[in-house]
Design a protein around this ligand. Structure first.
Ligand code: SAM
Length: 199
């Protein structure tokens, strides 16, 4: 990890510690785990809370095209850094909770969503909005990948049930500060999630 990544990250953390939620970017080990199911055939990918881009880099290494990536980042300085670093991607400086009101794709929809968001620090209402927005932009059979420093999935089972989402644990790595676990979220019945394309 480059020293300037750590500096950019620390500055973002100092501005909004609850939104950034960790003091260092994710390790390459966590990035590999987060992206293990992705490849050239995944098609468009949506990344939430991209930060300095460790998951973006891992996706590129797995063959996801940069031009197929939409990177969402709340922090203006980090969004600027992502634009410089991944010029062929689409970088949107916005709150991921606004995705619900912003259809991102005509067709095809994203094959996967990779989330760097700190769900343990995000209130349930906002988490609900984020999940609705993500799954309205991910095609049937696609998945969302999230990570947590906690011992269980950071999203409440009641919220997952409400949206007919199913969660499975992908794995865990000690080679991250702090150690982290990755979960895959898939949707069981697309119809129950609000989808403006069919409204
Ligand atoms: C834990 S950091 C992860 C950054 C990067 N993905 C990584 O793994 O190193 C969380 C990132 O999500 C961004 N973020 C937090 N809440 C957000 C929101 N509601 N919408 C968009 N970005 C958000 C923060 O600015 C920060 O860059």
């Amino acid at each position: 990890m480059a020293a300037n990544d750590t500096l950019s990250y620390l500055m973002a953390w100092a501005t909004a510690p609850l939104k950034v939620a960790s003091i260092a970017p994710s390790s390459s080990s966590l990035a590999k785990l987060m992206t293990q199911d992705l490849g050239p055939d995944t098609g468009p990918v949506l990344e939430l809370g991209a930060g300095t881009g460790p998951f973006t880099r891992a996706m590129l290494a797995r063959g996801v095209r940069e031009s197929d990536m939409t990177l969402i980042e709340f922090n203006a300085d980090l969004a600027h850094l992502l634009r410089c670093r991944f010029p062929k991607s689409r970088v949107l400086e916005m709150d991921a909770a606004e995705l619900r009101c912003k259809p991102l794709y005509e067709t095809p929809l994203a094959g996967a969503a990779i989330s760097g968001l700190p769900f343990l620090a995000i209130p349930p209402r906002q988490t609900l909005a984020i999940l609705e927005g993500v799954f309205a932009n991910v095609r049937a059979g696609g998945a969302m990948y999230i990570f947590t420093y906690g011992f269980r999935c950071p999203i409440d089972q009641s919220l997952l049930d409400r949206l007919d989402l199913e969660v499975t644990r992908v794995g865990h790595t000690f080679r991250n500060l702090p150690p982290a676990a990755v979960y895959r979220i898939t949707r069981m019945k697309p119809a129950k999630i609000y989808d403006w394309r069919f409204a």
